[in-house]
Design a protein around this ligand. Structure first.
Ligand code: AP5
Length: 221
């Protein structure tokens, strides 16, 4: 069983690295952001509730997200573990995981300064169907604007406008960065008990491949 949490601000590279880890360990990436965007595309009630909040850079309610994740992890593809990408994002979400006895093996923090993120996200392109992520300079698709795997057109996310990115960063610093201390404390307390997650922090301003190698090495350790 390998359950991993990827923690870090919007645009730090969580989705990018989740794809590498998913391939290496054959466990699914659970991106609450991708799940919400799929719900918006379907026009479901959840999507309608989430759309305005996401476009304003805020957080969708804990109850909605916790139910979404609890249901997702019962699926057969999570039998050997999963990668939580963008979840938990608040202390109540982290507590809900613990209360549901969902043990975490590893918490990986990816750190990138705010100004770098604003520059980076304006170059992001995504394949809507799979969540596959590209960057026009740092990780371009083989053919401009086209997904490497399906040949479908890539999109730019609605919330990747500079004003919304700044709101998302403010939300991260106000509500999510507190999870850094939460999981570091757990790792310290459980260091001798074998029950707490390992905690590692990586400099997300390095090249994508460098971050990948460092994370995969840490996971093997
Ligand atoms: P979500 O989709 O989770 O967005 P996010 O956390 O803001 O993260 P991003 O997907 O923007 O960034 P990332 O860290 O995955 O970076 P990426 O790998 O794409 O959430 C969206 C919204 O949904 C939230 O604002 C909220 O409203 C709602 N939501 C989601 N989960 C929620 C929850 N749990 N609770 C409540 N609300 C929730 O990389 C970014 C770009 O940089 C890419 O172009 C990539 O190619 C490039 N890149 C990556 N690494 C590098 C590198 N090392 N060097 C250069 N470029 C790089």
């Amino acid at each position: 069983m390998m359950r991993i949490i990827l923690l870090g601000p919007p645009g730090a590279g969580k989705g990018t690295q989740a794809q590498f880890i998913s391939k290496e360990y054959d466990i699914p990436q659970i991106s609450t952001g991708d799940m919400l965007r799929a719900a918006i595309k379907e026009g479901s009630e959840l999507g309608q509730q989430a759309q305005g909040i996401m476009n304003a850079g805020g957080l969708v309610s804990d109850d909605l997200i916790i139910n979404l994740v609890k249901e997702r992890i019962t699926k057969p593809d999570c039998a050997n573990g999963c990668i939580f990408d963008g979840f938990p994002r608040t202390i109540p979400q982290a507590q809900a995981l613990a209360e549901a006895d969902v043990a975490i093996n590893h918490v990986i923090e990816i750190s990138v300064p705010d100004d770098e993120i604003v520059k980076r996200l304006s170059g992001r392109r995504q394949h809507a169907g799979s969540g596959r992520v590209y960057h026009i300079d740092h990780n371009p698709p083989k053919q401009e604007g086209i997904d490497d795997v399906t040949g479908e057109a890539l999109i730019q996310r609605e919330d990747d406008k500079e004003s919304t990115i700044r709101e998302r960063l403010a939300t991260y610093h106000q509500q999510t960065s507190t999870l850094v201390g939460f999981y570091q404390d757990q790792a310290k307390q459980g260091a001798n008990a074998n029950s707490a997650p390992d905690y590692d922090k990586f400099d997300g301003t390095q090249a994508i491949d460098t971050v990948k190698q460092q994370i995969l090495t840490a996971l093997k350790g």
